[in-house]
Each structure stands twice: as C-alpha cells, then as structure tokens.
Design a protein around this ligand. Sequence first.
Ligand code: IYR
Length: 230
Amino acid sequence: MDTKEITTIDGYPYIKYAHVHYEPEQMISKSAQFHDWMDTRRSVREFSDKSVPREVIENIIMSASTAPSGAHKQPWTFCVVSNAEMKTKIRKAAEKEEYESYNSRMSDTWLKDLEPLGTDWNKPFLETAPYLIIMFKKAFDFGEKGEKRNNYYVNESIGIAAGMLITAIHDAGLVTLTHTPSPMNFLAKLLDRPTNERPFLLLPVGYEANEVFVPDLERKSLEEIAVFYD
Ligand code: IYR
C-alpha cells in the first residue's frame, strides 16, 4: 500500500494514481448515503464550552488542506484560537462591526432575508466555542529574496478548502457556522498576520449546546439546482 511507484515525466517526479473503484450499485448506495449524511449538516449558532481534543482540530485542518488550489500553492493559513482572552478580544471587535452592520450598513431587504435565521449582532459563540478557526487567504507568497510571488485563483482555492473544512467538521461530529464579520481586517491585526494574508472566514468549532433548535430550512431540489445536457 505504502510503496510509491515513482517515475519521471518531463523531468518532474510523478507517482501512480491509485484509488479504489466501486461497482455501480455500490457507488449509487455510497453516494446516496453520503448525501443523507451531508443533509444532516446545519449551521449551528449555539455552542457548548465542552473541550475538543486538539488532535481533532489538527486533523480537520489537514483534511481542508487537501483541497485543490491554483498551481498547488495552497494559499491559506488556518489560525486556531482557543485562548480565552483572544476569544474575548475577537468577540468584542466582531460585535462592534456587526452592530454597525445590523444597525446601519445592511439593507432592509437583507435584514428581512436573515430574519428566519435569527442572526443578530450578538456573537456569544465567539467566546463559548472551544476553538475559533480563522482562515486567511494568501494573496501572494514571499520568494527567497522576499519578493512578492502572486498566487492564482486564491478565492476559488480557499473557498473549496473552506467547504472541505466544514465537511470534515461535520464528519467529526462537531458543529460550526460560517461567520463573516464585515469588515474583517481587525482579525489580521489581532492575530498579527503578515501583510500577504487577508481574513477570509471565521469558523467557531465545538459541540452544539444542549437542546439546540435550528431553522426548519428546505434545501432546493435537484431540478432546481442542476441542468443535465444528455
Ligand atoms: N455577517 C453577519 C450577517 C450575516 C449575513 C448573512 I448573508 C448570513 O447568512 C448570516 C449572517 C453575521 O455573521 O451575522
């Protein structure tokens, strides 16, 4: 299993792509089961403060980092905050921006669209959740002489990694939500990030609180979201 078959193509090392294949019947049942499982995922806004092993967080981050990225640059940094004082600082700064957003920056239509989800400027989960993962996108990297080296398709790449992180969190039996404080540059300042990194998404991670209710959402049907050109 572990023996890599290495060869050289155009002067670069290649390995043989090895993967299991399933019979069509098994594929249908596996993919249907995976959909059933994914369909149980919900954004949860109330967290328990119960601790989660650090190793779980490390594993889900490594899963997210298997995402495809432009020219395989993996243009992301995952900042993991469990420190209580830092969580409080982040909550205060996020709520300051969110208060402004909910009270003056967001349109009436937008606020109306959010009403069924019950969100507001209060973000207690930023202190309750045992971990906050803040994803930073690397607009560019630094070369050997400190020169700027642009990355490619950075938004696409980190967006895919975020989706895979959310999937890995769900698979571990934990919950999250995609919190998007706006503007979010306070995160770069608080976490002292280098100049090539921009905050992308903040995800609290942990167990849900006891007896959590989530909005009774309907997901779109296949007919509404897909067009098949046979
Ligand atoms: N950034 C805010 C507002 C918000 C916006 C959308 I669109 C949502 O689906 C949910 C929230 C917040 O994080 O509360």
